[in-house]
Design a protein around this ligand. Structure first.
Ligand code: ADP
Length: 650
């Protein structure tokens, strides 16, 4: 039963105050068939919207089936609407993307009454268009669309049918059919209230309420209605788990449909996410690749390799110059080999930088003078030719082994073995090619020429001291302990005073170097990834933009959904699902893009790249988070729309 007491609603347009409803009191019993009539602007639709819980009065009381409405919250109103009321509008208000059957089933998405799903077919048969249920609204005539709308109004078994000018847009044949349907529904026990300005239609109702200027001016009964007991039943509103999944599936389906119906727009909004995810994946792959390559290189150098250098290495404070306290000499190398048990092998290192010339080509490169032990310690057996011999080392022979970078630049593809080159104007014979070591950090390890240390000291640089000692520890030696004993040994050998010990020698092991380098490459890859992350963020803003447009564009659709019982949460979910789908699809394509980019980088640029599962999960998760985050605002905006405002939106 509908009881309205002293309802009031005014609209202010500029200085003009319109009394859309002016102290309206009205009671409609269950089972009645009432026509609300009156000239245009008399307040009929306003009254109808009040009865239908789409709008709220400023003052007055509305009791629906014993429930006071004025204090009820919006979501509870939505629930009441979908369980009690079926709406029929002048403009049919079907969702254009859904076929007739899905339109009829739509209220079930919100009410959760899945058991009624097949009733859609029965209802469509009953209103006479069962055969056209797979057609979209645009493929149906006005009369057919209105019949679909009636079937939709009936799907949740309402006790009240509200029809606002239901035949206003129809030809007279369709008008008759629709009115017949409404009468049948009334005969079956439903309360029917229709708004019309057409007298012929009004006469078919059992009771006519006439309005003018927001007031009820007459209330006449044509035929007494068989007034019934209140057949209102509060349907169970708890949505089960399966109903929730059904709703989610519907949202996903409709999200996909909405994206597919706007392909270019959706693609453009995905583009940001796509590029962002692609960049993150590729950057992380590069970073990972660099780390792994570094590790391999360092392992190829020998993990149990130590480098002993004179002088201290300090990051902060004063940096000591190498050798300012002590200097290393060749005899230290032999002494270390003999005296420290952990030391397996050792070789001296002289470093220099010189101009290397072959015919008309020249190149500045790193010269390393070392002993024959270098071959084993640095795992540097020549790939072509041979290493120098002890005899050559002893007689300071002018022989050289070249790294691949030097060979490429001086010889191209020619065989360098046996050729004569000049290093700082001194003639050298090329006797071997060093194995490729790759790039470690900023240094190209293949940009190198190796010569005997004796030659380097006497013939080239005139040095009496050596720059460093490479030490190879025995297989299972404790690195820390070995470092200590090497230092102690050198301290006593060079009579280093206690106060100067800290600055006398520096021992670096490969594990430490590896740590330092990988920290460096970590910082690099984090930097790259965060730059990539920014493009993800921009992508997110793109999604928000599109979603805001989409909400505005679909305001009317939101109104329709609310009229048939969608709660705020349902609308929120719908739009969130959509932005989720956009960012997910964008993210998946982005992963492929990033993957392909890293494959291309490693194929053509020769960089090591490793796409890790972690980076994919990270990038995808991040893009989904961004989709959700930036989808929330538009979705909230949609959810908060007042049903009547949304429905009126043009
Ligand atoms: P009817 O349905 O009988 O044609 P309405 O209920 O639509 O009349 O409108 C009643 C009066 O309220 C009209 O004068 C109309 O201009 C005014 N009105 C209705 N809705 C609005 C609104 N949203 N803003 C301003 N005025 C409105």
């Amino acid at each position: 039963m509908i009881e309205l007491k002293n309802l009031r609603k005014t609209y202010t347009l500029g200085t003009n105050v319109v009394n859309a409803l002016d102290d309206v009191s009205l009671t409609i019993n269950d089972g009645e068939f009432v026509a609300i009539m009156g000239p245009s602007g008399s307040g009929k639709s306003t009254l109808m919207n009040m009865i239908g819980l789409l709008d709220t009065p400023e003052s007055g009381k509305y009791v629906l089936n014993g429930k006071e409405i004025s204090e009820t919250k919006e979501d509870d109103l939505a629930e009441l609407r979908r369980n009690t009321i079926g709406f029929i509008f002048q403009q049919f208000n079907l969702l254009s993307r859904l076929d007739a059957r899905s339109n009829v089933q739509l209220p079930l998405v919100y009410s959760g009454h899945l058991e009624n799903k097949d009733n859609a077919d029965l209802l469509l048969d009953r209103v006479g268009i069962g055969k056209r249920k797979w057609h979209k609204p645009s493929e149906l005539s006005g009369g057919q669309q209105q019949r679909v709308a009636i079937a939709r109004a009936l799907i949740n078994n309402p006790s009240l049918i509200l029809a606002d000018e239901p035949t206003g847009n129809l030809d007279s044949a369709s008008e008759k059919e629709i009115m017949t349907l409404l009468r049948e529904l009334n005969d079956a026990g439903m309360t029917v209230v229709i708004v019309t300005h057409n007298d012929e239609i009004g006469e078919q109702a059992k009771r006519v309420v006439r309005m003018r200027d927001g007031k009820v001016v007459s209330d006449t009964v044509n035929i007494p209605s068989d007034v019934r007991e209140n057949n209102f039943q509060d349907n169970n509103n708890q949505k089960g788990k399966s109903a929730f999944i059904f709703e989610l599936k519907e949202h996903l389906k409709q999200g996909m449909q909405s994206i597919l119906s706007n392909k270019i727009r959706a693609f453009l909004s995905m583009l940001g996410i796509l590029i962002g995810v692609g960049a993150v994946v590729a950057m992380l792959a590069l970073g990972n690749g660099a780390k792994i390559a570094l590790k391999e290189q360092i392992e190829s150098m020998g993990a149990n390799l130590l480098m002993v250098m004179p002088g201290a290495f300090r990051m902060g404070g004063v940096t000591m110059e190498e050798g300012s306290v002590t200097r290393l000499n060749v005899s230290d190398v032999e002494a270390l080999k003999k005296s420290i048990t952990e030391v397996n092998n050792a070789s001296p290192t002289i470093r220099g930088s010189s101009q290397v010339v072959y015919l008309n080509k020249n190149k500045r490169t790193n010269i390393t003078g070392t002993s024959i032990d270098y071959e084993q310690i640095r795992a540097s057996s020549p790939t072509m030719g041979r290493f120098f011999t002890l005899e050559e080392q002893d007689r300071r022979a002018s022989v050289a082994l070249l790294g691949t970078t030097v060979i490429r630049e001086l010889f191209g593809t020619k065989n360098p073995i046996g050729k004569s080159i000049k290093i700082d104007k001194i003639n050298f014979k090329v006797i071997g090619v060093l194995p490729r070591k790759g790039v470690a950090g900023p240094r190209d390890q293949d940009d190198i020429v190796i010569i005997p240390y004796t030659t380097a000291m006497k013939k080239m640089y005139g040095k009496t001291y050596i720059d460093a000692i490479d030490v190879e520890l025995s297989k299972n030696a404790d690195t820390k302990a070995a470092e200590e004993s090497i230092k102690e040994f050198l301290f006593s050998r060079h009579n280093v005073a206690l106060s100067q010990r800290e600055d006398a020698f520096r021992v670096m092991n490969m594990a430490e170097m590896q740590k330092m380098m990988s920290q460096m490459s970590n910082v690099m890859s984090m930097l790259l990834a965060s730059i990539a992350g920014i493009s993800l963020l921009v992508g997110g803003i793109g999604i928000m933009n599109i979603m805001l447009v989409s909400v505005t564009e679909r305001t009317r659709e939101i109104g329709i959904r609310k009229a048939i019982g969608a709660k705020k949460r349902d609308i929120l979910m719908q739009f969130l699902t959509e932005s989720f789908v956009i960012s997910f699809v964008g993210g998946v394509f982005g992963v492929f893009l990033g993957w392909s980019a890293s494959v291309i980088l490693s194929k053509f640029a020769g960089w090591t790249t490793v796409v890790s599962v972690m980076s994919i999960v990270l990038a995808l998760g991040f893009s989904l988070g961004i989709g959700l985050f930036f989808g929330v605002y538009p979705a909230l905006k949609a959810a908060k729309l007042k049903p009547i405002v949304a429905l009126r939106y043009e």
